[in-house]
Design a protein around this ligand. Structure first.
Ligand code: ATP
Ligand code: MG
Length: 426
């Protein structure tokens, strides 16, 4: 026997038993965001490597060590997208949708990062992202957050996630802060963890995220970003907090929240949960007014976020929040005996689908004994089984078995659609 080919580590199949939960989540998100006027945008999974180097930032974890980058047959460097924002900006700007316009966009699909696979962290994972362009005022930041709160409410998650909020100011504020931080930390350089030592030169803000205890102790007396925030960003932040408070969206201020990507400024936020261990963030985003220009477009403000679909699904499952209506179901199972009845069962199946397109009607294919077919009907979880044999056919009827009560009735084939409609109403 030849060896079976296995999936790539950290890249998961979504099997039939799971896909209905995915569809439920995707449906719910689409419904909520489209209700706020967001339109879906779809862009390729592969882009020029340069897009992410410039868009996400050379000194971020993503670009430094997580990208799937390869040369195509022409020697051009391509990368499997590690996130959606840079691609979204590239696509929208290329189509002339950004400068001097207002856009509300969303996307969904797989992202790729070379990380250590574990619960809630994979190498192919899925994000649903929402981005808005052309609006510089804090009301759009608030709209995005309020929209997310509505989504959590719809999914039953609102009590299980917490909104963390921070402002990281304009680039000038961050530059002043970075200089002060580097000056302070340089004194303790040899006591910092290795990653943080390296980041002193490349991306000092990320040192704040360090999980190392010694580094965190040193950080206790470090300068605070808060003290360097410019007035414009502070006013922006104050107004955002006011709108959220007025709309009953609670938040906690997390001064350590700086986000890993280069493009953020002013608002940053994360929705976190205590139910998923270290992979606590289910949704993260912020404002990125400089990104469009950084990617060669004309200056356009932007703000957005991305949700981790796998983490949300883990959370829904863990909390038992997947509604029964989201599971795949079979309404009618058709059993037929004999050639003529088999032919008639096709007609019957199509008539039922014409009657109500939401019914799931399954036909037993390949025939088999009555007993065997009934076993399959049972296993399918169908609500009703219709039995069509030569006798029934001759009389223009079929047997209708209610699978939960075991009750069986004869029903005229002509009145079957209305009979079932009535049954399904209850
Ligand atoms: P983390 O700190 O967990 O690594 P991140 O800051 O790298 O997250 P973002 O780039 O902000 O994540 O992506 C937005 C969301 O996508 C995250 O909050 C998370 O829910 C999800 N996500 C990110 N990386 C992964 C991954 N490797 N596997 C599964 N979900 C992920
Ligand atoms: Mg990460």
């Amino acid at each position: 026997m030849s060896r079976k080919v296995q999936a790539i580590r950290g890249m998961n199949d979504i099997l039939p038993g799971q896909s209905s939960i995915w569809q439920y989540l995707e449906r719910t998100v689409a419904d909520v965001v489209q209700g706020y006027g967001y339109q879906q945008i779809r862009f390729p999974i592969v882009e020029s490597t340069d897009l992410f180097k410039r868009g996400v930032g050379e000194s971020t974890d993503i670009v430094e060590k997580e990208m799937y980058t390869f040369n195509d047959r022409n020697g051009e460097s391509l990368t499997l997208r590690p996130e959606g924002t840079a691609s979204c900006v590239r696509a929208a700007d290329q189509a002339g949708l950004l400068f001097n316009q207002v856009q509300r966009l969303w996307y969904t699909g797989p992202m790729f990062r070379y990380e250590r696979p574990q619960k809630g962290r994979y190498r192919q994972f899925h994000q649903i992202g929402v981005e808005s362009f052309g609006m510089a005022t804090p009301d759009i930041d608030a709209e995005l957050i309020i929209l997310t709160a509505r989504l959590w409410k719809r999914l039953g998650l609102l009590d299980h996630v917490e909104l963390q909020l921070n402002t990281i100011g304009l680039a000038v504020s961050r530059d002043l802060f970075k200089a002060a931080l580097v000056a302070y930390l340089s004194e303790y350089k040899d006591q910092l963890d290795a990653d943080s030592q390296r980041r002193l030169d490349t991306n000092p803000l990320r040192i704040l995220d360090s999980k190392d205890e010694a580094t965190q102790r040193i950080l206790e007396n470090a300068p605070n970003l808060e003290d360097f925030i410019d007035e414009e960003s502070q006013l922006h932040f104050d107004r955002l907090k006011q709108i959220l408070t007025e709309n009953d969206v609670p938040f906690t201020i997390n001064r350590a929240l700086v986000r890993g990507l280069d493009y953020y400024g002013k608002t940053v936020f994360e929705w976190v949960t205590t139910h998923l261990g270290a992979q606590a963030t289910v949704c993260a985003g912020g404002r990125y007014d400089g990104l469009v220009e950084q990617l060669g477009g004309k200056s356009t403000p932007g703000v957005g976020f991305a949700m981790g679909v796998e983490r949300l699904i883990l959370l829904l499952e863990e909390l038992n929040l997947v509604p029964e209506s989201a599971q795949a179901k079979v309404d009618v199972f058709l059993v037929s005996l004999g050639n003529q009845a088999e032919l008639a069962s096709f007609k019957l199946s199509e008539t039922l689908k014409d009657t109500d397109s939401s019914w799931t009607v399954l036909r037993q294919c390949g025939g088999g004994s009555f007993k065997n077919q009934m076993k399959k009907a049972d296993k399918s979880g169908a609500r009703f089984t219709l039995i069509l044999g030569e006798d029934e056919l001759a009389k223009g009827i079929c047997q209708v078995k209610n699978m939960s009560t075991g009750e069986q009735n004869e029903c005229d084939l002509n009145s079957l659609p209305s009979y079932l409609s009535q049954k399904f109403e209850h």
